[in-house]
Design a protein around this ligand. Structure first.
Ligand SMILES: C[C@H](C(=O)O)C(=O)SCCNC(=O)CCNC(=O)[C@H](O)C(C)(C)COP(=O)(O)OP(=O)(O)OC[C@H]1O[C@@H](n2cnc3c(N)ncnc32)[C@H](O)[C@@H]1OP(=O)(O)O
Length: 565
């Protein structure tokens, strides 16, 4: 209904007639331009510019089947399982470990009592570096950042009373991954559980160590030989074991953008596929047991787009380039941890809010397994109270918020679909550059990934310092006083007890047998024999992590990188 008013015709909504002749979009643009924007940076945390509005125009020709498909179907953009969380919730899997095996066993039991549904072992720095607790290099580090594991005896203590054939366990271990896996296998064997019944994951991702975390032992070539040996062993004997957890988490924590995390992680994944093929395996024999591990940072939509793009790229390349036929080879399954770098030591309780948002992004992105950081993790390893709140955060998301009721609820959002496409496009650009450099390892040797990450990290730091980006409590709303929080401390006696026990084991075991087993391992490493089998024998004889790693060092040497500045 139109009414007359002086000067112009107006409809009942009060819109001038001349405005009606413009398209709806033009009207909105005009209205938008009339009111000023806030003085803020409208881009993702990784620097992708974000427009005020996304519409179907941003998607162009959008083929639903090609880009999204249905959950559990190629290209898996909407999720890897047909029912997703309506069939089974993600696994609540808190990364945990400190002190010695007994202390960590207690924490595991506590977490399981709180409703955690999977286990995840955090090893201490000496174990990660292939050192024993009694090495002079381990002084002051034993059991501080994770659990100290020196021998099979420790592994047996770690899993005492835990049904290893029922619960899945992740072990974050890379350079010495074979040794710790062998200890896990033999500890289970002693409980009467064969390797084929063991479900879980080894991180075993050495490429991202060279790129980001820097915890390597051997040079890249021999490291890939070790990877292949373990892959072949697991493919033959451990059908339920995820042989590698290809990790973007550490790449992101080192300061990369979301696209770099996506691109470098997936390119590492393809390098492992190449390694499996070089080892003489068929792609569909081993790819179903590859898994991934991503960061969930604080930029909500960018993270969701990253997870969705990751699934689509992996499915696409596995099908088109590697000719994988088994649908399980095409499914990118992943664990997520909320971003450690997004936590603040200032007003640490605010980290509960940060973590909840990040967890939600992981869930809306379709994660299979999730670690939510505890609010005190910018200060120390978490207390029981802090980790309980972290577990409850996941349970509240799963059981109260309703986000699990429907699959990929953000599918079809113009912005999320545009951002998913954009991340995919930019990732392919990185794949091209890596290929031009000769592949992942040559690119690492030329410092390519490290330089890209260092530049991104410096850019972000500059933006923070110039106040162009905000971090509450860090460069805005800085706290006037410190919040008092309880700090979890590992008593120094724990390290001393560990060293005492190790020395006692070295006296008590059959040292002649240990020497013989280590010599056999050395011969296997010098030749082409799969080293996993002699490592299992070393472990059965109670050889230690360092003794085994040192034996391999004699054959493979060690690695020193050319630093990237
Ligand atoms: C930062 C820190 C550090 O370095 O300091 C770290 O690195 S910490 C890093 C910590 N890393 C981790 O915690 C890595 C954790 N990773 C994992 O747990 C794995 O690799 C994962 C990502 C594939 C998730 O494995 P998962 O066992 O928890 O979950 P899955 O998705 O495989 O599900 C378990 C079983 O249930 C089935 N299943 C699941 N959902 C459904 C559904 N909706 N319908 C039907 N079946 C389903 C699966 O097929 C599978 O069976 P079936 O097995 O028969 O197929």
């Amino acid at each position: 209904m139109l009414q007359f008013s002086p000067g112009t015709w107006r409809d009942t909504g009060g819109v001038p007639v001349e405005t009606r002749r413009k398209t709806a979009r033009e009207r909105w643009e005009e209205a938008y331009s009339k009111s000023p924007e806030r003085d803020a940076e409208f881009s993702t945390i990784s620097g992708i510019p974000v427009k005020p509005l996304y519409t179907p125009e941003d998607l162009g020709h959008f083929d639903y089947e090609e880009k999204l498909g249905y959950p559990g179907e190629y290209p898996y953009t909407r999720g890897v399982y047909p029912t997703m969380y309506r069939g089974r919730l993600w696994t609540i899997r808190q990364f945990a470990g400190y002190g010695d095996a007994e202390e960590t066993n207690k924490r595991f039991r506590y977490l399981l009592e709180q409703g955690q549904t999977g286990l995840s072992v955090a090893f201490d720095m000496p174990t990660l570096m292939g050192l024993d607790s009694d090495s002079p290099l381990s002084l002051g580090e034993v059991g501080i950042e994770g659990v100290a594991i020196d021998s099979l005896e420790d592994m047996e203590r770690l899993f005492e009373g835990i049904p290893m054939d029922e619960i899945t366990t992740s072990m974050t271990i890379n350079a010495p991954a074979m040794v710790l896996l062998a200890m896990y296998v033999v500890a289970a064997e002693k409980k009467g559980i064969p390797p084929e019944k063991l479900g879980g994951t080894n991180q075993n991702d050495i490429l991202k160590e060279y790129i980001a975390q820097k915890e390597w032992i051997y040079p890249p070539g021999p490291s890939m030989r070790i990877f292949k040996d373990m892959l072949v062993y697991c493919t033959r004997h451990m059908p339920k074991w995820n042989t590698v957890s290809i990790s973007g988490y550490h790449i992101r924590e080192a300061g990369s953008t979301a696209v770099q995390e996506l691109a470098f992680t997936l390119s590492d994944g393809f390098a492992y596929v190449d390694a499996g093929i070089e080892a003489g395996l068929e792609v569909d024999e081993f790819a179903p047991r590859f898994s991934f591990f991503f960061n969930s940072h604080i930029d909500f939509f960018e993270e969701i787009a990253k997870f969705r793009a990751a699934r689509r790229i992996w499915a696409n390349v596995m099908k088109e380039k590697y000719g994988a036929k088994d649908p399980r080879s095409l499914r990118l399954r992943f664990h997520t941890q909320t971003a450690g770098v997004s936590l603040t030591a200032q007003e640490p309780y605010n980290n509960i809010a940060r973590t909840a948002f990040e967890a939600l992004a992981a869930i809306l992105g379709g994660t299979q397994s999730l670690h939510t950081n505890s609010f005190d993790e910018a200060l120390a390893l978490p207390t029981e109270e802090a980790v309980r709140i972290a577990v409850r955060t996941q349970q509240i998301a799963a059981l109260e918020t309703g986000v699990t009721n429907t699959i990929d609820p953000l599918g079809g959002s113009y912005f999320v679909e545009w951002l998913t496409d954009e991340m995919e496009r930019q990732a392919h650009e990185y794949f091209r550059q890596i290929e031009e450099l000769g592949g992942v390892i040559p690119a690492i040797e030329q410092g390519f990934q490290m330089r890209e990450i260092a530049e991104a990290s410096a850019r972000y730091q500059r933006e923070l310092e110039e106040g162009r980006r905000h971090m509450v409590n860090v460069n805005i709303y800085e706290p006037r006083e410190e919040q008092d929080v309880e700090i979890h401390r590992v008593p120094p006696e724990v390290g001393e007890r560990q060293v005492r026990r190790l020395k006692e084991l070295k006296r008590r075991r059959d040292n002649r047998l240990v020497r013989q087993r280590l010599a056999e391992l050395k011969r296997a490493a010098q030749g082409n024999e799969n080293t996993m089998y002699p490592i299992l024998e070393c472990v059965r004889a109670y050889a230690t992590v360092q003794e085994i790693c040192d034996t391999l060092k004699e054959v493979f040497g060690t690695y020193r990188e050319t630093p990237v500045i």
